[in-house]
Design a protein around this ligand. Structure first.
Ligand code: DAH
Length: 336
């Protein structure tokens, strides 16, 4: 038996493998189900009991040898194939252009907004997307029965019943970050607060259940409405060009008094139209009180804008859903 094993071992070692065909012959002869290695194992039955262990070990070594010769030869053949140059290859054909990634249009718009406010002296702050009722509503002067707290607008996150924790909401706007900021820092506070917000709205070309906002806040002594408008006009000029047409209208928000909205004129095929780009106003004294600031001493302004709207205007995107599908055919149209 031992001689038989030795002779198979020698055959395996001596077998010359130099092509796909000889590799296949090697496989058939030794490794396949009817190959010599398998047959050798079949002879185990005739081996006397006390020799079985030693013979089995020898056989296994032969099996491993066959497998490793096969693997090595296969690898070698494959690597040779890859490097061999085929005369029919035309090396003068230009290579396929490499697709290089680019920033998402939302990121590009946001970067621009950030860099403008950075130049105007604002810091950047952020806060959690999972908020409590106090920061998202109460501290911002929303009355208890305000419709914005309604199930239709807000995603409520219910905490488990057995623990004594309050329910949370997915923040419906970035304004709660104002509250966190005023609690953490003492005036002067001057920051923008970009972030993702959520609303329980039907998904259409114009509305989505999540979008992005940039909040702004400046609190100090003697902050005026004039400064607010000047800042917003400067922002619009830098964002939309020095010839931008804008208008400021009175509006209402629970957390600002007085409140305004700003529109810019948008030219399109139909002749053009006014588009609202942001809400703003003077921080309501109730909000200052909610964070422990003295409204007799401090005043402030705040504003909030939609990044999605800005990106859509800038790039002529007419369906907000495109911004969240992340289809590469869409994204590759906005090289950065
Ligand atoms: N939070 C408002 C919204 O989501 C936007 C807003 C309006 C923010 C006026 C402000 C502000 O800071 O002063 O519609």
């Amino acid at each position: 038996m031992t001689e038989q094993i030795e002779s198979i071992k020698k055959e395996i070692s001596d077998f010359v493998i130099e092509s796909e065909e000889t590799l296949e012959s090697f496989r058939l002869e030794f490794i396949s189900r009817n190959g010599k290695v398998q047959k050798m194992f079949a002879g185990m039955g005739a081996v006397p009991k006390e020799q079985k262990a030693a013979v089995g070990k020898q056989m296994n070594e032969v099996k491993i040898l066959a497998k490793s010769r096969f693997d090595e030869a296969k690898l070698k053949l494959e690597s040779e194939q890859q490097t061999s140059f085929d005369a029919k290859d035309d090396i003068t054909i230009p290579a396929d252009p490499n697709y290089t990634g680019s920033f998402h249009p939302l990121t590009q718009a946001l970067d621009e907004i950030k860099s403008i406010f950075y130049r105007l002296g604002f810091n950047i702050s952020d806060g959690p997307e999972l908020e409590d009722d106090f920061h998202n509503f109460t501290a911002l002067n929303f009355p208890a029965d305000h419709p914005a707290r309604d199930m239709q607008d807000t995603f409520f996150i219910r905490k488990s019943d057995d623990r004594d924790e309050q329910d949370l909401v997915l923040r419906t706007h970035t304004s709660p970050v104002q509250i966190r900021l005023m609690k953490e820092q003492s005036p002067p506070v001057r920051s923008i607060m970009p972030g993702r917000v959520y609303r329980n709205e039907a998904v259409t070309a114009k509305s989505y259940f999540q979008f992005n906002q940039v909040e702004g806040l400046y609190v100090d002594e003697n902050v005026t409405m004039g400064e607010l408008i000047e800042t917003l006009v400067t922002f619009s000029r830098l964002m939309y060009g020095s010839d931008v047409r804008y208008r400021v209208r009175p509006s209402f928000f629970p957390f600002t008094e007085p409140s305004i909205e700003m529109d810019v004129w948008w030219n399109n095929e139909k002749g053009g139209q006014w588009l609202e780009i942001l809400g703003a106003g003077m921080v309501d004294p109730n909000v200052l009180e909610a964070v422990g600031l003295d409204p007799e001493r401090y005043s402030g302004y705040a504003f909030g804008m939609g990044v999605d709207r800005i990106a859509m205007l800038r790039y002529g995107i007419d369906d907000i859903r495109l911004l969240y599908d992340n289809d590469i055919r869409f994204l590759s149209q906005f090289p950065s």
